[in-house]
Design a protein around this ligand. Sequence first.
Ligand code: 4NP
Length: 143
Amino acid sequence: MVCLGNICRSPLAHGVMQRLVNENNLNWVVKSAGTGNWHVGEPPDRRAISVAKTFGTDISTQRAQHFSSNFFDEFDLILAMDKNNLRNILSLAKNDEQRDKVKLFLVENEVPDPYYDNEMFEPVYEMIEQRCQELIEELVERS
Ligand code: 4NP
């Protein structure tokens, strides 16, 4: 799960997906990262921690990391929260196999950045939760 700062959107997607993976007894590895490096080592934004906690997901132990091209080898699927991040990730891919792993998390839409808008954390959480549920169903069917 990849966003810009790895402190708002992608930690939420990481935490929700990890919770669903655990609930479904899947052995998938879920991680998140940011295409920017300003917040590396920091916990998620307190507003993200708070909204996740309200809905039953603990993201407080996550620490931000910078997206690395090693992830193309480590992961089967790299999901970008918006088109800018998608472009930045694709610019690091070395071949079609790597490019094929990169998709928009919401397929055709972007997850809005809630960083400058407190009111957006809850709707962002809800769209992430809904998409993670769909992803689990799609990916389990495919596997
Ligand atoms: P995120 O939100 O990409 O969802 O983690 C942001 C967090 C921090 C910044 C921008 C977006 N920032 O500019 O520091």
